[in-house]
Design a protein around this ligand. Structure first.
Ligand code: G6P
Length: 489
């Protein structure tokens, strides 16, 4: 534990996630360049002041040699990060295979892979074996660094097997597990060949958390229907052992976005964007280039809007930032070509010599450019087919204090449950409805925009990522204390 002068030591928190919040680039045999990414989880944990947090995860690079591993471990230690080294074959079977080709689509209601069913069935077992093996490798690193009294917080669908690996080794360890995606209806989960083994592994945790009450309810029903266990208002009970299950909706570090808008470089970006798109309303989409984000559906809805609203054709532009992701998975490669094809067709159809209706970027933007873009946007389009929460909608709201733009939000994003009253909710599969909502948003009177924005802004600035993390960790601590009391009774 870390001692601060005159104070009690802080309790240590080991955060275990598939990916470390650091990108590592090798510069020589034993030298690495590291860049911290301040994503949602990192800023959330910065807010958990009463804990001394460390991060355990995969560095996202293959480092086969021990010299490189040693040097990277040392460099990461300065960032309070501890690497798990996964070789290429494991990454292929565990990350590209079981995590992103099986669990990810299934949890987002896209089903198990359809093509070449026999091949999928044959490779399923080897991918699941690699998944378990990878989870055990994460567990081994946790065991190596664990000290009595630490709290271990496991994250996401990559690590559903981890709570079991940890508890089998040390039953006294305080283990929490949080899912950042939806947990689907039990009718979907039961199609998964490894359905029971995964549920039982997660139940080894002391506290299991989800973004929404619905996901938590689906998980409890899966445990009752598939495993025959008892669901209680607190969670799931198995032979006297209670696993607490609850909803903990995540948020963002809203102050970071609000403060950024005052920076000269952000103001400069805003000025450039306003000049560039003068006389046109700006619509914005920011997504990872992922099937669940509904990018083709969104663009088709925009096309329908242009088709039906002649007067808007040269007065509106859609900026779509599509950040490439999981590019080794074939489904993602197909999606990229599909999106490019649709964008090209629509720009060909509605573009002029001086302007095109869609600007599509296959890359991420730096934080300051992104804040500026959010701030100058008139209408944000978040049309995920399913989404655990969707923090882009929160980031947009945080940056709109002066413009009070409109958020069009999929009813299938977790955020619909918190921002539903301020946003225009849509069914992303219904292109006609989304096109009509675009028209409604662009024509919305200022007082209605203001009212809607106020509702969402209040939510985003009061339900922050820091509060989310602090609530989960303190509940995890309480869960253990309660369990100890129960055992003593
Ligand atoms: C989702 C998952 C995260 C994951 C992120 C980026 O938000 O819930 O766990 O880190 O996508 O995906 P990647 O595969 O690049 O880590």
């Amino acid at each position: 534990c870390e001692w601060k002068e005159g104070r009690a030591p802080k309790q240590r928190l080991l955060v275990v996630a598939n990916r470390l919040p650091v990108s590592a680039v090798r510069k020589g045999e034993d030298s690495w360049q590291l860049e911290m990414s301040v994503g949602g989880l990192v800023s959330a944990l910065l807010g958990v002041k009463e804990f001394d947090a460390r991060w355990i995860g995969w560095a996202g690079v293959n480092v086969p040699d021990s010299v490189g591993q040693k040097a990277l471990t040392k460099a990461l230690a300065e960032k309070r990060c501890i690497p798990v080294f996964l070789d290429e074959e494991i990454v292929h079977q565990y990350y590209n295979g079981y995590c992103n080709n099986i669990l990810w689509p299934l949890f987002h209601y896209l089903g198990l892979p359809q093509e070449d069913r026999l091949a999928t069935t044959r490779s399923f077992q080897s991918q699941f074996d690699a998944y378990k093996k990878a989870n055990q490798m994460f567990a081994d690193v946790v065991h190596k660094h664990y000290l009595d009294g630490d709290v271990v917080w496991c994250h996401d669908y990559h690590l559903m097997f981890l709570p079991k690996c940890l508890k089998e080794h040390n039953n006294k360890m305080k283990v929490g597990w949080f899912l950042h995606t939806p947990f689907p209806s039990s009718e979907i989960h039961r199609t998964l060949p490894s359905r029971s083994e995964l549920l039982r592994s997660v139940l080894a945790a002391d506290l299991v958390g989800f973004h929404t009450y619905d996901y938590a309810r689906h998980f409890v029903s899966a445990c009752t229907r598939i495993l025959g266990l008892e669901g209680t208002p607190e969670g799931v009970e198995d032979q006297g052992k209670l696993t607490r299950v609850a909803a903990f909706p995540i948020g963002i570090d809203s102050d970071r976005f609000i403060r950024a808008l005052e920076l000269p470089q952000v103001q400069e970006h805003m000025k450039e964007l306003k000049e560039r798109f003068a006389g046109r309303k700006v619509m914005l989409g920011v997504d990872r280039l992922d099937m669940i984000k509904g990018i083709p559906q969104k663009i088709l809805a925009f096309e329908k809007f242009l088709e039906e609203n002649l007067k808007w054709r040269d007065k509106v532009v859609l900026l779509q930032i599509a950040v490439p992701t999981r590019t080794d998975v074939p489904e993602y490669q197909k999606l990229t070509s599909q999106v490019h094809e649709i964008v090209g067709r629509i720009n060909g159809r509605f573009g002029t010599l001086t302007a095109v209706p869609i600007h599509h970027l296959d890359r991420s933007l730096d934080f300051h450019a992104l804040c500026a873009l959010y701030a100058v946007t008139d209408v944000a389009l978040v049309t995920s087919l399913r989404d655990g929460m969707n923090l882009v909608s929160y980031e947009f709201v945080a940056c709109q204090a002066s413009k009070k733009g409109v958020l069009i939000l999929s009813e299938f994003a977790g955020a619909a449950q918190s921002l539903g009253a301020g946003a225009i909710l849509v069914n992303p599969w219904n292109v006609t409805e989304v096109a009509a909502s675009i028209g409604y948003a662009l024509n919305m009177p200022a007082d209605e925009r203001e009212k809607r924005h106020h509702h969402n802004f209040m939510h985003v600035t009061t339900h922050t990522s820091q509060e989310w993390a602090a609530t989960f960790v303190s509940e995890l601590n309480d869960t253990i204390v309660e369990a100890q009391l129960r055992t003593r009774q």
